[in-house]
Design a protein around this ligand. Sequence first.
Ligand code: FES
Length: 293
Amino acid sequence: MQELTIVQTVADLESDTRLDPVVTQANRLYSTLFASRRLRDLLHGVPLGHPLHPLAVQVPLGAFTSSAVLDLFPKTARQSKLLVGLGIVSAIPSIAAGWVDWLSLHRQQQRVGIVHAAANATAVGLYVISYLQRGRGHQASGRLFGYAGLAVMSIGGYLGGHLAYRQASGANHAEDVPHLMPSGWQVLAPLEELPDGELSTMDVAGQPLLVLRRGHAVSVLSNTCSHLSGPLNQGELVDEESGSTCVSCPWHGSVFDVETGAVVHGPATSPQPRFITRVQDGVVQVQLPGADG
Ligand code: FES
């Protein structure tokens, strides 16, 4: 089956450097606006365990679409206006979550993301006009602006799909590790060969692992950051207020507990695969629970 023309058009946006001045300005603006790490973690969806944005958009999408259906029937003006209003208000947190995720993407993803955001902002603008027109009693033009909003929102949705599935923004980039690691204990290295108190990386069964030895204790995580595959061994060790030792990803600053692999700070929302370890005859062995590779 042949691809639609729009597929290549959207793919071309990834390398369209004409978008870069806008991307740079938006980076500046939204980095300042969302400077609070606590707010960013919330909007990324760290407490949810996956990105908040795709969940948050369900409310405005549902409200706008329902309003479009109601507009096909007589005597539904009041209910339809209410749904348009709900869509506009509920779009605010989903837009905020989208921008926070956007700040921690690769440039190719940001280019597509900025067009996705522009399409959705246009759609919301059209719905605001639709709402105002309905409030003034101009039902026909209110409906027309609503349908125009729906059409533009569909383009924004297509771009969002490209970002999420083709460019894998928001996906867990460490999900495949258990399927690539063999089950059972695997040899890592002699304990004495591991640097003490420093992050290092070692390959086991072709998988890069992050290793932190502290005396006789060895903590091991997948080295591939679950956010966008950054190399964690090139990050920094940080001590969190909770007292846990963590690693900060060098690419976008996600922070993971070295002992458990849990996400302490986003943009990552999925934990790092965490290996259990043992020392036998001076040799460190690792095992990934659930590995079936
Ligand atoms: S790759 Fe983005 S935080 Fe690690």
